[in-house]
Design a protein around this ligand. Structure first.
Ligand code: HEM
Length: 275
């Protein structure tokens, strides 16, 4: 009887019917399932399968994805953070798939609406940006043309929000091109800065560089802080990243404080975005 139970258990394991957490040899469980977050940008642009939201998926699973535009919107592409490889390439909305990585992943279906002019009014309007990524309570929206990048940052806070281009995972702010912004009463304050160390940064102008934010605006509304700005893809300032087509590592952060020198606590992280 005992050997029948052992044989039956062995067969279930071989058939993959028992989910046994992998073990790293130190007696610690290594997770085999991770969060898959499906997102739609802008939220009214379309629908996806699996639908927008977060589910747990085992690493190595082939995830089939479909995207369908709504109304006047058109599908633009898939983006993912961290990056994943889409079987049919990032521009195919239907019948596409990717392999679930050994980490949490956010997969976004990007749609474009009828052309909407970029206005730095602190409101992220449908069609104003072509791409977006969500990192917890922080989201970044962006669009580029031949000369400029347009960015909208939004977080659930009354303090500053920030992005750092050309970040290096594990290096914090070191050598990143950072933009911090906040709305304080009637003032919108924005600062073009550079990471002088893992936990330190200074305005480009104090380092001999230039302030290259061409237009900006912001709004604090409904518990959210939104900052929008425009800058040249290549500003010519050695303290700014030269941006162009391709995937770059960004870091994001937001704080409960309106002071641009106050710490962000745990509200920070890295991501990959494709321009
Ligand atoms: C405004 C003043 C800031 C202060 C005083 C500050 C301070 C620090 C400190 C002490 C750490 C190490 C502890 C930790 O991991 O939390 C850290 C890490 C980090 N900071 Fe900041 N920071 C500031 C602004 C920013 C900004 C604007 C960004 C993004 C644009 C940012 C992104 C990060 C990231 C991604 C890490 C994690 C580093 C790692 O663990 O690899 N920080 N910061």
């Amino acid at each position: 009887m005992k050997s029948i139970i052992i044989m039956a258990t062995g067969a279930l394991v071989i058939m993959g019917l028992l989910v046994v957490p992998a073990c790293n040899g130190n007696g610690n469980d290594v997770p085999t399932e991770f969060d898959l977050t499906m997102a739609v940008s802008p939220a009214t642009g379309g629908v996806t399968t699996p639908e927008a939201g977060t589910t747990r998926v085992a690493a190595g699973t082939t995830v089939n994805v479909d995207a369908q535009a709504l109304g006047d919107y058109e599908f633009v592409d898939w983006s993912a953070s961290p990056a994943v490889e889409f079987a049919l390439g990032p521009n195919e909305p239907e019948g596409n798939s990717f392999t679930m990585p050994s980490s949490n992943v956010v997969v976004t279906a990007n749609f474009a609406g009828p052309d909407v002019e970029w206005v730095p009014d602190g409101l992220i309007t449908p069609g104003e940006y072509t791409d977006m990524q969500v990192y917890g309570d922080y989201e970044i929206h962006w669009a580029t043309d031949e000369q400029y990048i347009y960015v909208g940052m939004r977080a659930e806070t009354s303090g500053w929000v920030a992005v750092g281009f050309n970040a290096t995972r594990g290096q914090g702010m070191a050598n990143a091109d950072m933009i911090l912004g906040v709305v304080d009463g009637d003032d919108v304050i924005i600062s073009d800065e550079f990471g002088t160390g893992r936990t330190t940064h200074r305005p480009d102008t104090e380092l001999g560089g230039t302030d290259d934010i061409l237009e900006y605006g912001g709004k604090e509304q409904g518990g959210f802080m939104t900052i929008e700005f425009k800058r040249a893809l290549d500003t010519g300032d050695p303290y700014d990243a030269v941006l162009g087509e391709g995937t770059i590592t960004i870091m994001w952060a937001f704080s409960d404080s309106k002071s641009l020198t106050d710490y962000h606590s745990a509200n920070r992280g890295y991501g990959d975005i494709t321009l």
